[in-house]
Design a protein around this ligand. Sequence first.
Ligand SMILES: [Zn+2]
Length: 61
Amino acid sequence: MHCINCQSKNLGKIAPDHYYCWNCFIELRKKHDIFHIDEVDLDGSLLSLDDLFTEAERRVQ
Ligand SMILES: [Zn+2]
């Protein structure tokens, strides 16, 4: 698999169905075959980036 945002394959696995992109610093969570994308803010809170992508783009292939 690769990062939906930057297409990098430099992904680390945080937990089952939960990945971190070391290239663009976002988290990818897989739920019901759809990825949910979160940016980690400086204070550690998560900002959802789901709105930036269509559901088709986020679908697990
Ligand atoms: Zn990325």
